[in-house]
Design a protein around this ligand. Structure first.
Ligand SMILES: NC(=O)C1=CN([C@@H]2O[C@H](COP(=O)(O)OP(=O)(O)OC[C@H]3O[C@@H](n4cnc5c(N)ncnc54)[C@H](OP(=O)(O)O)[C@@H]3O)[C@@H](O)[C@H]2O)C=CC1
Ligand SMILES: Cc1cn([C@H]2C[C@H](O)[C@@H](COP(=O)(O)OP(=O)(O)O[C@H]3O[C@@H](C)C(=O)[C@@H](O)[C@H]3O)O2)c(=O)[nH]c1=O
Ligand SMILES: [Mg+2]
Length: 293
């Protein structure tokens, strides 16, 4: 495997892939304005023109609350756009790795979700991502859909960076404690995607294709995650910040989010032997990078 085409230029996962690609593996990042997922012509033309051994679709409309007021835009990018990428991957006969989300689930189950549990998104973002999964399943057999969750990194915007920014001016921050999930480092995702891509290129086993859950190990509420961020920040000399554990009802947002969106990663581990690091270790590493010594 020498060349991977990846959609998106500035995203957390794209930036992480560019950082983690080993010597000898070239990442060809495609993004706006010359590559827009909502244009079938652009997607087909751009992907046809780069010679690659695999495609990673890491671009997406990711603004969960904003999607409620422009669901058509989200659907065009995450639904139809994913379909265009899948169509091209099938034509070029290269494997496609696609990222999806825990927000395809409604969160009413009382255990971590498995790949064959019924999706039932609670918001426009989740619906658009589920449509992307369906577009891909209909167009491309040589595909792995990796559902991940609660992604953070030194890049772009994410919960870790938001907490560190708010913590600079506040002594206490209210954070919801009744939504649980799996915080996942984009750098860990990048390492896993590179390993998965290599396998897909080398091995035609159908058991490596389909939907897989891929998140950091261990579970947390957003409040637990905030606590971990501020503890790590304290070891870097930041003043302490108290996390007030609040209920979802006390933090109203346009989008409804699942109360339990934990994902069971057993299938990924059994099929690929891939397991991501424990979420706390990776949060510590991210905070360590974000706060200069
Ligand atoms: N962030 C998270 O918490 C989670 C993310 N995921 C999924 O993982 C994947 C990667 O997410 P992440 O790296 O965090 O995303 P980011 O929000 O960090 O980046 C999104 C990227 O998509 C690009 N993009 C948006 N719209 C278009 C478009 N119409 N055409 C081309 N590019 C576009 C953006 O480009 P531009 O710079 O031009 O805006 C940006 O580079 C996505 O599929 C997402 O749904 C899954 C679970 C959790
Ligand atoms: C900033 C802030 C957020 N919150 C809450 C709101 C929300 O329930 C939770 C997380 O807020 P965010 O807006 O950062 O996260 P959100 O945009 O919901 O993150 C999601 O993004 C998409 C792309 C995904 O695919 C999901 O896996 C998930 O990562 O924390 C607080 O309670 N206090 C705060 O000060
Ligand atoms: Mg958000």
């Amino acid at each position: 495997m020498k060349r991977i085409a990846v959609t998106g230029l500035t995203g957390q996962v794209v930036s992480s892939l560019i950082e983690r690609a080993p010597r000898g593996v070239e990442m060809l990042a495609l993004g706006r304005p010359s590559f827009d997922l909502s244009s079938r012509d652009m997607v087909l033309a751009s992907l046809r023109s780069v010679r690659c051994d695999a495609i990673i679709n890491a671009a997406a409309y990711t603004q969960v609350d904003k999607a409620e007021s422009e669901p058509d835009v989200a659907m065009r990018v995450n639904g139809a756009g994913a379909g265009f990428v899948a169509e091209t991957a099938a034509e070029l006969k290269v494997p496609l790795l696609h990222l999806s989300t825990d927000y395809v689930f409604d969160g009413t189950l009382d255990r971590p979700y498995r790949e064959d549990d019924e999706p039932s998104p609670t918001g426009a973002y989740g619906r658009s991502k589920l449509e992307g999964e369906r577009q891909i399943a209909a167009r491309c057999e040589n595909c792995a859909v990796l559902r991940t969750a609660w992604v953070y990194s030194p890049f772009g915007t994410n919960f870790v960076k938001t907490m560190l920014r708010l913590g600079e001016t506040r002594e206490e921050i209210g954070v919801v404690a009744d939504q649980i999930g799996n915080p996942t480092s984009a750098l860990d995702i990048a390492d896993a995607l590179l390993a998965i891509a290599e396998r897909l290129v080398d091995d035609s086993d159908p058991r490596l294709r389909g939907v897989f859950h891929m998140t950091g190990q261990g579970e947390a509420s957003w409040a637990d995650m905030a606590d971990a961020i501020f503890s790590a920040a304290e070891t870097k000399g930041r003043k302490p910040v108290r996390v007030k554990r609040i209920a979802t009802a006390d933090y109203p947002t346009p989008a409804r989010r699942p109360a339990n969106s934990r994902l069971d990663n057993a299938k990924l581990e059994a099929s690929y032997g891939v397991a991501l690091p424990k979420w706390r270790d990776s949060v510590n590493a991210c905070v360590d990078r974000l706060i200069p010594n």
